[in-house]
Design a protein around this ligand. Structure first.
Ligand code: CA
Length: 368
């Protein structure tokens, strides 16, 4: 390497030295070519192998993803086969998180669940004890009552637990209207006397129990053996509202705002949307849930049968504490913010309290 530098410094060199230098030079160029070749090969390998490895990894990830999706699909099918619609809904949601709404496998499973829900609610004929007071059969089932930590607008009283409704029951498709109350009680205590198709309000829990007793005592009102007209328990109410969903709203959506600008709630319920709502509305004007029940969110808040108390864990047919001072009420009203209208939200009132926020939904339930 160093032999030609002295040559340059000296200003020339003999031929032999030139030949020798050229040979050396040629050898050096040959070495450089080899180096370049190796570098190029190295670069090619570096480029080619990572791509090949990447492609293999991609394929492996895709295969794993498909496997996971198939497992989710199988889980939905299994829950449907076991007629556990709440579980099927939960598994369907997991599938949805993986593949989105537009995936053919999700659509197929959602269709099967919808058909199973329809089939379940149509096993018993609808009831109509008072003209217009339509009641729908809900099948027995298991669901997750309460709201998960992180649900927008959640309160501490909504601890999630598993509840089994062991026997099916009927529940009003709509809130009881002023026309229906008048037909049974021959009076109209409502504050907003806007029409017969508006929900009755300004009725206490005690007033509502009298309404139920009146129906139970009237021989001409059809009633299956072993069933009585009553308010739903909080568990029955939430089971009915959710209709298989485990989201804040029974449309399968969560709140888009927990106060007064919740577009998602505006689709399914009357509440104080943009502070523009100042009264009740005719029943059945918003979108129903999957079981065909209207106004579970908002319009009038709905009395429940139970004394109010904290949740005590997983339960079968929970009915609340044996004694208490307040009765449960659910669903929020026309004058509330969005968070109060969630399926899981719990409120309570004194049983003799009457307000223009509060009405009820009739149930026909197994006799205790
Ligand atoms: Ca309501």
């Amino acid at each position: 390497m160093g032999c030609h530098f002295p040559e340059r410094e000296q200003g020339g060199c003999n031929e032999g030295y030139q030949v020798s230098a050229m040979k050396n030079s040629g050898s050096r160029f040959g070495g450089l070519c080899m180096v370049r070749l190796c570098v190029c090969l190295g670069m090619l390998l570096a480029i080619a192998f990572p791509f090949r490895g990447h492609a293999e990894t991609e394929e492996q990830i895709k295969a794993l993803e498909n496997q996971l999706v198939e497992m989710r699909v199988a889980a939905v099918r299994k829950a449907l086969a076991e007629k556990n619609l709440a579980d099927a809904q939960a598994k369907l949601k997991e599938l949805q998180k993986l593949v989105g709404d537009e995936d053919a496998r999700y659509k197929e499973m959602a269709g099967l669940l919808h058909a199973a829900s329809e089939s379940a609610v149509s096993r018993q004929p609808d009831m109509e004890p008072v003209p217009g007071l339509k009641m729908k059969w809900l099948p027995p089932g298991t669901f997750r009552m309460g709201s998960p930590i992180g649900e927008r607008g959640r309160t501490m009283s909504e601890k999630v637990h598993q509840v089994t409704i062991s026997r099916g029951f009927w529940i009003g498709v709509y809130e009881v209207t002023q026309g229906q109350w008048k037909a049974v009680m021959k009076s109209n205590p409502s504050h907003f006397k806007s029409g017969d198709d508006y929900p009755v309000e300004n009725v206490s829990w005690n007033d509502v129990k009298q309404f139920c007793e009146r129906l139970n005592e009237t021989a001409s009102v059809p009633r299956p053996a072993g069933y009585v007209f009553d308010l739903p328990t909080e568990a029955q109410w939430e089971y009915a509202s959710r209709a298989g969903t485990d989201t804040a709203l029974n449309s399968g959506k969560d709140l888009s705002d927990e106060k007064f600008n919740c577009e998602n709630l505006n689709e399914v319920g009357w509440y104080d949307y943009k502070h523009e709502n100042s009264s009740t509305h005719p029943v059945g004007k918003k979108r129903p849930n999957a079981w065909g029940l209207y106004d579970m969110h908002g319009n009038v808040c709905e009395w429940c049968r139970d004394w109010w108390g904290v949740y005590l864990g997983d339960a079968i047919d929970p009915k609340g504490p044996k004694t208490g001072s307040m009765r449960g009420a659910r669903g929020g009203s026309w004058g509330n913010s969005a968070q109060i209208c969630r399926s899981a939200y719990r409120s309570n009132r004194l049983p003799d309290q009457r307000t223009f926020f509060l009405g009820f939904r009739l149930a026909l339930v197994p006799q205790d």
